[in-house]
Design a protein around this ligand. Structure first.
Ligand SMILES: *[C@@H]1O[C@H](CO)[C@@H](O)[C@H](O)[C@H]1NC(C)=O
Ligand SMILES: *[C@@H]1O[C@H](CO)[C@@H](O)[C@H](O)[C@H]1NC(C)=O
Ligand SMILES: *[C@@H]1O[C@H](CO)[C@@H](O)[C@H](O)[C@H]1NC(C)=O
Length: 438
């Protein structure tokens, strides 16, 4: 029942067709939909692009036959013919762009360049438009590098804001598909600036563009090294957060995950919990429900249960479940970090609301054995100046009556705490006296 948490049906409509392809590949790898259905979905997707040969290959393997439908053959002839025509139309400008001496005449001034092109090379709006059409067609053929180059050059000469915008979307998609994460992030920011500008079309259109941008950005944010910070910076802005709440609440999964795995998440995290609270009855997702359990309902048993659902959801999410091969061992780094931080969240909150904590209960909630839990708490008490004592005889932690700022102290402390430091700490603590505190 892993498909239960799958968001592809909500995400795909907000993506360019070509971007849906990696999602289908992921689903196929995970194998939780029938292979045949996925192959049919791929053919359907490809039939709306110019990747005819690819569609034919899949058709052959799906039906185990060398024969392909007549309309696929006809489509192929049509695509080849059209490509040739577009190539001819774009040839004058492309020839110019491939000539280093000619290109040297260009300056950082668009009007000047258009003038030069027109006066000396007889290249006008018609030829510039042809470059766009050719680039777009190349993209549809799956030639993303060719498309990216021509779209870039087109934008340098384009005077129509709308066209320039659509060229930028195309460039972004191409960079994502080539997995050029740095360049893709630059294009994303460029696009965001245009979408957020005051003169950007109608408010409704603006919201729709923000929604597209956020969906496309998932590829970048869960692949780029600093993506987990960038996603919070983008999604957590009022305008974007409003768009999520009204039109795309499933995106909360990604923002929530970023908050949980991001050590630099505070103080926006507290405000985000308010959003989770507002949305807790309108959108169901193990990851947002986990946060509700811990921070809204203080339901620790519920939180513990949600953790395993979260794990399943993460593993089966194309953006979050990416595996990394490490010495014959395949791990999912984001899942590992998520679970570790989720435990810390439970502990932080548990300490905040209990004055007397049974070490056995705590150990169970943290999935640690008694000794590990004890060492861990001793360390927390020492390093975070936590107002608490451990009574080793009864196996309880006693929080000082007035511990209003425990939460802040723990947050500051646990920010720096990762699995590795924890292991190190437990080794050190073997030599310490695990009885007391302050
Ligand atoms: C992709 O496009 C570029 C630019 O048009 C072209 O040089 C290249 O041959 C194309 N590649 C393929 C595989 O068609
Ligand atoms: C908005 O204004 C800027 C600067 O005036 C201009 O460069 C840009 O093309 C305009 N955008 C649209 C969509 O009209
Ligand atoms: C990984 O697998 C290869 C071949 O199965 C083996 O030779 C190698 O020792 C393994 N490496 C580790 C770190 O287990």
């Amino acid at each position: 029942m892993a498909a239960k948490y799958d968001l592809t049906h909500l995400i795909a409509p907000q993506l360019d067709r070509h971007l849906v392809f990696p999602l289908l590949e992921f689903l196929q790898e995970r194998g939780f939909y029938p292979e045949e259905d996925l192959l049919k979905a791929k053919i359907e997707l490809l039939n709306h692009t110019n990747m005819v040969d690819y569609a034919m290959d899949i058709h052959k393997s799906l039906y185990r036959s060398e024969d392909v439908p007549q309309e696929m053959m006809e489509r192929r002839t049509e695509v080849v013919g059209r490509l040739k025509a577009l190539e001819e139309g774009a040839a004058p400008l492309i020839t110019f762009l491939q000539n280093p001496n000619a290109v040297q005449e260009l300056r950082a001034d668009k009007q000047y360049n258009l003038q030069i092109l027109n006066d000396r090379y007889q290249i006008g709006p018609e030829q510039i438009e042809a470059l766009y059409q050719y680039a777009k067609f190349q993209f549809e053929c799956g030639n993303y590098s060719g498309a990216a180059d021509y779209l870039y050059q087109y934008r340098a000469l384009c005077t129509n804001a709308e066209r320039s915008l659509s060229a930028l979307w195309g460039k972004l998609a191409a960079e994502i598909l080539m997995q050029n994460w740095d360049t893709a992030l630059d294009e994303l920011n460029r696009l965001k600036e245009i979408i957020d500008s005051k003169n950007f079309s109608s408010p409704l259109n603006q919201v729709q563009n923000r929604i597209w941008l956020m969906h496309w950005s998932l590829f970048i944010f869960f692949n780029h090294d600093s993506g987990r910070t960038h996603i919070i910076d983008l999604f957590n802005q009022d305008k974007y957060l409003n768009a999520i709440q009204t039109n795309a609440p499933h995106l909360l999964r990604y923002l929530a995950t970023a908050f949980i795995v991001n050590k630099r998440r505070r103080p926006q995290f507290k405000d985000f919990i308010k959003i989770i609270q507002q949305e807790q009855y309108s959108y169901e997702d193990p990851i947002t429900e986990f946060l509700s359990c811990v921070y809204v309902n203080y339901d620790f048993d519920g939180a513990q249960k949600k953790m395993s659902e979260c794990e399943e959801a993460l593993l089966n999410d194309p953006f979050l479940g990416k595996r990394v091969e490490e010495e014959n061992f395949s791990s999912v780094p984001l899942r590992d970090e998520f679970l570790e931080n989720a435990r810390l969240f439970i502990f932080e909150t548990y300490c905040r609301i209990h004055q007397r904590i049974d070490m056995n209960v705590l150990a169970e909630k943290l999935n640690l054995n008694y000794e590990e839990a004890e060492r861990w708490v001793v360390n927390l008490i020492r390093t975070s100046k936590l107002e608490a004592k451990i009574d080793t005889e009864s196996g309880t932690i006693l929080m000082e009556p007035d511990h209003t700022n425990v939460y802040e102290q723990l947050i500051d402390h646990t920010k720096a705490l990762s699995g590795r430091t924890y292991k190190l700490v437990s080794q050190l603590m073997d030599h310490a006296q695990p009885q007391s505190a302050r």
